[in-house]
Design a protein around this ligand. Structure first.
Ligand SMILES: Cc1ncc(COP(=O)(O)O)c(C=O)c1O
Ligand SMILES: [Zn+2]
Length: 364
């Protein structure tokens, strides 16, 4: 199997340790799964690897890496809205879908030490799966990251570096280390294997409901769930399992909206924005590295982009909690954005929102 550069189409074997192409382009995976078919799911595997016949996986390393991630419930919240409970996960966020596949890949190619930067959750995930696989791990997080997330990363035995400044600066510091020390960059944005995991979000919805809801809401910081969702839906379309692309509605933080601003203006690149503090720390990404790819999908599939009202996040979190759902602030932002969308456009029937992170993670 090969990685192909998204800019110059240069191909390398997936065993490469290079985080990106020499031209600066990010890798994509040169892989086309067989047609999706519910009968080809391994029903005896209780996790995302039940879909492994449609995933780019080499060997059986996933068996030693998996922590039982995936198969998260879908809860009917009200007449119109379904919640996909994606914080029912080993490290309490949806990132486990991607990290499990990424770390299985690391194991398969013999990587014994990784670095990663994160707003917290992806770092939690990579640290946990590294621990499971006996792989050394170092995580960079920006200052202000929820202390609970930092505690979890440390508990998994990873080294944590708290970097002063913004989330984007934190990524720069980590990448400088990748460049200078040649460390393996187990990064959820750069590494295409991550999306092989996040696409199972769609497979699962289809297996659970036997259909895809009309409106798929998804948060977009770096877009790792977003890209997985689009990939998963494209695969279902190509397989003839669904006939039309559902309406995807991408959610950005009001205080950090580079994709939202770009989509408003029809730009191909994310707009440079002044990042303001936000409760939605998970989507506070000023410079999304796959921004161009995200915008291509937005134009191709008429995806709507909306923002989460900052002053409604706490109310949304409380409202969910009063109905038994205790999620983190970034996740409450999804619900706040959904409510705002309905206020402006009227009732949005048959919608689904991901509950991406658990509440205890952002209590501080
Ligand atoms: C709880 C939560 N929700 C949503 C996101 C957004 O994911 P992405 O940056 O891949 O778009 C994150 C990312 O860290 C997150 O932690
Ligand atoms: Zn290239």
């Amino acid at each position: 199997m090969k990685f192909v550069c998204s800019k110059c189409e240069h191909k390398v074997d997936i065993s490469t340790r290079e985080p990106k192409c020499q031209c600066g382009g990010l890798w994509k995976l040169d892989y086309k799964p067989p047609k999706f078919d519910l009968n080809k799911i391994d029903k005896d595997t209780w996790g995302i690897f039940r879909y492994r016949r449609f995933m780019a996986l080499e060997g059986d390393e996933w068996e030693s890496i998996t922590l039982g991630e995936g198969m998260t419930p879908i809860v009917k919240f009200d007449e119109d809205l379904l919640l996909k409970m994606d914080y029912f996960m080993p490290t309490l966020s949806y990132k486990d879908r991607g990290a499990a596949v990424l770390m299985a890949h690391c194991k398969a190619i013999g990587v014994d030490s990784v670095v990663q930067d994160s707003s917290g959750n992806a770092g939690n995930s990579v640290a946990a799966y590294s621990a499971k696989g006996g792989i050394e791990c170092e995580i960079f997080v920006p200052e202000g990251t929820s202390p609970k997330k930092i505690d979890m990363i440390k508990a998994h035995g990873a080294q944590v570096n708290v970097v002063p400044g913004s989330r984007d600066h934190c990524a720069d510091v980590c990448r400088a280390k990748v460049d200078s020390e040649g460390k393996y960059y187990a990064n959820h944005v750069y590494n295409p294997f991550f999306y092989e995991g996040t696409k199972t979000y769609i497979y699962e919805i289809y297996e659970q409901l036997h259909r895809i809801p009309e409106n798929i809401f998804v948060p977009v910081g770096n877009g790792t769930l977003f890209i997985g969702i689009v990939k998963g839906l494209e695969e279902l379309l190509e397989s003839g399992v669904i006939d039309i692309m559902p309406q995807i509605i991408a959610i950005q933080s009001e205080n950090c909206p580079p994709i939202y601003e770009a989509a408003l203006k029809g730009e191909k690149q994310p707009v440079k924005v002044q990042v303001q503090p936000t409760l939605a720390e998970g989507i506070s990404i000023g410079v999304p590295m796959r921004g161009e790819e995200i915008l291509e999908y937005i134009y191709k599939y008429n995806i709507e982009v909306i923002t989460a009202p900052e002053d409604k996040i706490l109310d949304a979190r409380l409202e969910l909690a009063r109905k038994g759902i205790y999620c983190e602030h970034t996740t409450a932002a999804n619900y706040a954005a959904y409510l705002k969308y309905c206020e402006i456009n009227g009732r949005k029937k048959d919608s689904i929102i991901p509950m991406t992170g658990a509440g205890l993670k952002s209590d501080h």
